[in-house]
Design a protein around this ligand. Sequence first.
Ligand code: PHE
Length: 418
Amino acid sequence: GTADKLSVLGTAYSTDGWTNTTSAILQKTGRGLLHQASHPLAILKELIFQQFPDYAYYDSLSPVVTTQQNFDSLGFSNDHPGRAKSDTYYINRDTLLRTHTSAHQLQLLKAGSSGDRELLAQARNSHAAPGNERFLVAADVYRRDEIDASHYPVFHQMEGVCTFERREVNEQLRQTGTAGQTTTFSDSNPLQADHNAAEATYLAEHMKHTMNSMVAGILARAGGGQEGFPVRWIDGSFPFTSPSWEMEVLFRGEWLEICGCGITKQSIMRNAGMPQRIGWAFGFGLERLAMLLFGVPDIRLFWSHDPRFAAQFSSGKISTFKAFSRHPSCTKDVSFWIPHAAPFHENDLMDLLRETAGDLIEGTQLIDSFTHPTSGRTSRCYRITYCSMDRNVTNDEINAIQDRVRAAMVAQLGVTLR
Ligand code: PHE
């Protein structure tokens, strides 16, 4: 960033060498798609909230968080790749746009144990879990990424956290035993040293049961006659849960990765001031599910301002999107030599494209890459597909944008055009 202040949602932040959040991204922070009652993402959010009547819900937490919240509080190591500037939108070295809703886990658990009224008051349905014993967080999250029909640098996640009084769990286990429970642990997906196998198994079974019912409850509304929704649990790995899993669901013949989840690290419970409680957490993306449920073929449509998109949906209902006429697309190639001195990160090019052409870019494709045998220089060629979701774009307009893209590549990425 060149300015020394960056304003995000009305608050000014100082910038530094870490600042890499573009104005194209900043514009998205104010869209509030989860608060437009008849937007598919908001409809899905409410549908999920309804499946959790005894949870508190948060859906208005600011996307600006500290590196402490997003990474350190969750046990991310200092050299974890998720912290890289090439993957994350930084406001400055200590402040970023959250990359996942897990960024709020510790803060919300703490609010529960310390009785932080201000934060607790931001919950809906708070009477169901007045101490944040169980809560959901729905929010926009930001990740630097490639451009295609299913990737967008802003998307939405739903976090679920459920905690129990450890003494009560163990008391219940003494009475009922663990018969019929199937969770297993392994060296690569271990039981935490802080937990006994019976209580961790209890948590895992409770979590899986909760998620099975939620997914079945939602997919059943998608129609199409499918009745059961087979689920499988693949071992996963997150710094803040152990053991961890990815949940996959068989839907219309395909295994879909729905979400990450696991048993909350006891260090988080201790840091939250509730060492006497144990719990589990899940987090999943809303877009993929919404695209399936509402038949939306391109993730950019969620961000469309075209009234023909918005008018098709209404609050509380799952209806199938009817495509409006597709506008013609056009492709432009750009070939260049990568600079010798600086590293080239593909995501820097992606952000430059979004900044220069916004949502007119449908996708990019690396169509050629070679290293010159004698000079050692590397050349790349990208094919850019331009297509508007909601209007006709003239050839002249695209040519002018492509010229700006080329000029910006030279100025900002230091490449040499061919
Ligand atoms: N935050 C994780 C992600 O974005 C998902 C997750 C949430 C995993 C909670 C475990 C527990 O990938």
